[in-house]
Write a protein that binds this ligand. Sequence first.
Ligand SMILES: [Zn+2]
Length: 445
Amino acid sequence: MLVVRGRRIVFPDGERPASLHIERGVFSEVRAFDAVGDTSDAEFVDAGDLVVMPGLVDSHVHINEPGRTDWEGFDTATRAAAAGGITTIVDMPLNSIPATTDVEALEVKRAAARGRCHVDVAFWGGIVPGNADAIAPLANAGVRGFKCFLTPSGVDEFQSVGEDDLRRALPVLARATQGRLPLLVHAEDPRLLCDADGDPRSYITFLATRPPAAEVAAIELIAALTAEYHVATHIVHVSSSAGLDVVSKARTRGLTVTAETCPHYLTFVADRIQDGATAFKCAPPIRGSGDRDALWQGLRSGVCRLVASDHSPAPPAMKAVGSGDFLAAWGGIASLEVSLAAVWTGASTRGFLPADVARWMSEMPAGLAGLGATKGAIRSGCDADLVIWDPDMRWDVKGERLQQRHKLTPYDGMTLRGAVRATYLRGERIWDHRGLVASSRGHLL
Ligand SMILES: [Zn+2]
């Protein structure tokens, strides 16, 4: 038994002093701050004025194992998650080999993960041209939903889909899952991407190749298909004000379209990215301050309902670190471990509270992945996953100290606000100032 007492415990309805009673890995009872009771048989943790939140759920992580384990793997990714207060991650169906586009591939991935995860891991399946027959078996095998790309994904074994492919897949998805499992979409229309023109070391050259119009057109298509096939769709990593407007209009019409954004779109702006700084390359791209402001406003209004890292590292050579060529570099940002601090750094200066962060980064992503009954909230019966963190502490990000396999990150050298002090998984402390203190405790969900 574990009792965690604190003055700033974040519940679904806000923050208040309380004592949390944890038995056999789940919250058994929430009591008043002073009603700790007899703790002679229990481990007692007094969190004082630190924030106690449900462990974060990151619904957008590329672990890349098996097949591209030299990019990132289950050990290092889940270690980074534990360090960052993330207790559940949902793995994308690419860039592992095989991609998770049939049950056999899912089993290969689970075999690679088994016994090697330090936090809980769940899996998205993939929809690619020609695999509609795999949708129902993957759903039955436990994937939390499906991901597709409307624009080339960057890897050959995960082909992008067009409208015709989606018209074959969506009725199958709707029937197989009764609309229960969402379709996650990388929404850029390939016909509206532009050829590069200019210095390849200049970020602005890359930015111009992926205009907001491509995002707008793709989200409009997905909104139309959502209405037609009665499925739940989720637009991953929305980067632009115009893209979010399309989501907003669709939601006003009552369509089941949701959206996420990522810490990097909330943190950085295009005109401050230095020449050759390819750590910042991702798709869709980091845009201007007007877009960044609109994404924060979207979080405030609820049009953008969650924040996920899109952690997608690659070896430095693939990021074209030597040449600084944005057009040659792999698009993907590594940020799992810093995402709480990055989001809080921006959120705290805009009047948001830890309860907002818990909604965006625990409750909503748990719900997206169908894990809301056990994850993402401090509530009796839920898994006792916790992050205890100091919202006032500032610290300097040093890439080489991060747990991710490759240390390249655009946050290197930044001062962020908010530091994780301890992470608990099912009532067991797995991370604190000493590092990983309980290994391989993660379950495959
Ligand atoms: Zn991604």
